[in-house]
Design a protein around this ligand. Structure first.
Ligand SMILES: *Cc1c(COP(=O)(O)O)cnc(C)c1O
Length: 441
């Protein structure tokens, strides 16, 4: 009987990377890590799941983790990018994703942004009737860009208000159920033969797949209506947005892409009839599980009977978790200075960050083996919206981020995705260049 060693799991890879990072002092005092094999697996799962829908352009929402090397890595795997600001556009373009490989979504696109997208052939989803009127003045007879309209299907909120975008009064898209809007949309398409796409994004984390499918059903129905009025297939593609929720409570996958596609096809079987091409814009579900943050424990203390471990990972890298802990809890792992999991009786501990406000806690009263100075804490599932979305409180630097791969024999190779911000860069960000320009006091 022969035995072949099982392939390394995500958990195996993380443990090996952690030990190697501790050995090489990469998390000194804090760094982010991205499991590149994990990202590749997520991409494979995504593309396989959506295969029944035919022609699909998959994009990654740049705001989830807009690191240029990561966008390039994803680009090489066939994933384009959804961008929502001039900065995200510039980073994606620098990573080699330009023109039709980009989709521009933002409620606040300037004329300059629209003109740039049109010149590049980048797809644009107009967010309002006013933006459509602006596009009228910019679009030529036969634009190269695919142009669409973001619809707010007004299907309601998920569990988290801040990231639910399809409520009755949401700031995003054209509200489909508001009085008169359906007629105005039909008219808008009738007057603009260059409008060929509808876009919907119901929300991000906390929206059940069934609610997302309601939004998709609403735009599919509207597309059919527009095409019936037009007498030809004017709307040729549907952008389904992102928003698949992630399970932050375990290493197990949460809702899968395959499950989501099954939900979509259950609700709207016609999606598989080949008459529409599709775009997706997933962020969190593509990246969250492949990233983790590592910080050294600088000090520990006991206050009023509470055990507190003071680390370097706080609101600057985990703003949502710190400010809305009830909505964005993170799993925390306790490791010693060599990256070995700590053992021993569990003691409820606060995992504090370095920021100067009392609520800067990554976790509260979390049962963990008692932490000591020099230990490492790991914040799991932080590959999306954490180290990619820095909050510049207390002038703390953006941490370094490393991608890693693990060979079948367990050797870990790190590749930098971003270096830590330097003190000189922090001074420059603080207006340092204008120190000499002040009038005399
Ligand atoms: C944020 C956002 C996404 C990505 O959402 P995830 O929850 O990260 O998948 C996609 N499309 C739009 C328009 C967004 O605003």
């Amino acid at each position: 009987m022969t035995t072949t060693s099982a392939p390394l799991t995500r958990t195996d890879r993380r443990l090996l990377a952690l030990a190697a990072a501790a050995d090489r002092r990469l998390a000194d005092p804090m760094a982010g890590f991205v499991d590149l094999a994990g990202v590749r697996e997520a991409v494979e799962e995504l593309t396989e799941a959506f295969a029944p829908l035919g022609r699909v352009q998959h994009t990654v929402a740049a705001k989830a983790c807009g690191l240029a090397p990561l966008l390039r890595f994803l680009g090489d795997l066939g994933i384009d990018a959804e961008v929502a600001s001039p900065g995200e556009t510039a980073v994606a373009e620098a990573a080699g994703l330009r023109g039709p490989r980009l989709v521009l979504d933002s409620p606040a696109k300037t004329t300059a942004e629209l003109a740039h997208a049109l010149a590049e052939g980048t797809a644009v989803n107009a967010d309002s009737f006013q933006e459509l009127a602006r596009l009228d003045r910019l679009v030529g007879a036969t634009p190269e860009s695919v142009l669409g309209v973001r619809i707010n299907p007004q299907v309601g909120a998920g569990r988290i208000g801040d990231t639910s975008t399809a409520t009755t009064g949401s700031k995003f898209g054209i509200p489909l159920r508001d009085h008169g809007n359906r007629g105005l949309l039909l008219e808008s398409f009738a007057h603009r033969p260059w409008l060929t796409r509808l876009h919907v994004h119901v929300g991000s984390q906390g929206c059940p797949p069934e609610l997302m499918a309601e939004g998709v059903a609403a735009v599919h129905e509207l597309a059919e209506e527009i095409n019936a009025e037009a007498g030809y297939r004017q709307v040729t593609s549907l952008d389904l947005g992102g928003g698949l929720p992630v399970d932050f409570t375990s290493d197990e996958p949460g809702p899968t892409y395959a499950g989501y596609v099954a939900t979509l096809l259950d609700r709207v079987p016609a999606l598989a009839d080949g008459r529409y091409a599709f775009v997706t814009e997933f962020g969190r579900s593509l990246l969250a599980k492949s990233g983790f943050l590592v910080s050294a424990v600088e000090y520990t203390k006991v206050a009023g009977g509470r055990h507190i471990a003071v680390t370097h990972a706080g609101g600057q890298v985990a703003a949502r978790t710190v400010l809305q802990p009830e909505h964005w809890p993170l799993r925390i792992g306790a490791f010693d200075a060599t990256g070995t999991p700590k053992t021993g009786p569990e003691v409820p501990q606060d995992i504090a960050g370095p920021l100067c406000f009392a609520g800067d806690l990554l976790a509260r009263q979390r049962p963990l083996p008692l932490l000591e100075p020099g230990d490492l804490v790991v914040a799991h599932d932080t590959g999306a919206y954490y180290f990619g979305a820095h909050y510049a409180y207390n002038t703390l630097p953006r941490p370094a981020v490393y991608g890693f791969t693990v060979s079948p024999s367990g050797d870990v190779a790190f590749t930098p995705l971003r270096r830590a911000q330097t003190l000189a860069e922090l001074v420059a960000d603080a207006g340092g260049e204008f120190l000499g320009a002040l009038p005399e006091a």
